[in-house]
Design a protein around this ligand. Structure first.
Ligand code: DQA
Length: 138
C-alpha cells in the first residue's frame, strides 16, 4: 500500500473558521475523514504545524520512506528558504498545493520557495487541490 502524507503549515489548523470566503467552511479533519474513506487503497497520514522547524523536521522524517508528500506550507511558501531546501534535500516527491489561487491574490503570494523543487504544483481548487494531488500520486 502506498504511503502518502499531507503536511499543512501555519494557520491551516483554523480551516473552516478562517476567512471562509477564501478557504471554505469545512474543517480539515472533516475533509480528511471523507478523503480517507474514499481512498482506502492508500495510507494517508497528516501533520500540521505552525512552526517552521517542525515542518522541516517532518519533511526529513518522511522524506526517505514515504511515496509522496502533499505540502501546503501556507505562508511559509512565500518566505522559507529552509522549507524549500528541505524539499530539495529529500527523496520523496513533493506536490505543492494551495487552497486558493495564490496568483490571483497579493503579489507577495506569487513567490514560492517550494515550486522549483516540487514534482508539481496544484492550486486554486479549494480543498480539492489536495485530492487532485492524491490522485496524481496514485
Ligand atoms: C495558502 C495560500 C497562502 O498564501 C496563505 O498564506 C495560506 C494558505 C492556500 O492554501 O491557499 O495560509 O497556502
Amino acid at each position: 500500500m502506498k504511503k502518502l502524507i499531507i503536511i499543512n503549515g501555519p494557520n491551516l489548523n483554523l480551516l473552516g473558521k478562517r476567512e471562509p470566503k477564501i478557504y471554505g467552511s469545512l474543517s480539515f479533519t472533516e475533509f480528511l475523514d471523507k478523503v480517507k474513506a474514499k481512498y482506502t487503497n492508500v495510507k494517508i497520514d497528516y501533520f500540521q504545524s505552525n512552526i517552521e522547524g517542525e515542518l522541516i523536521d517532518k519533511l526529513h522524517e518522511v522524506g526517505f520512506n514515504y511515496d509522496g508528500v502533499i505540502l501546503n506550507a501556507a505562508a511559509y511558501t512565500h518566505t522559507s528558504v529552509g522549507i524549500g531546501d528541505a524539499v530539495k534535500a529529500i527523496e520523496t516527491p513533493v506536490i505543492e498545493v494551495h487552497i486558493s489561487n495564490t496568483y490571483s491574490r497579493e503579489e507577495f503570494r506569487h513567490q514560492s520557495y517550494i515550486s522549483a523543487n516540487a514534482k508539481g504544483v496544484i492550486l486554486g481548487f479549494g480543498l480539492q487541490s489536495y485530492e487532485l494531488a492524491i490522485q496524481s500520486f496514485l
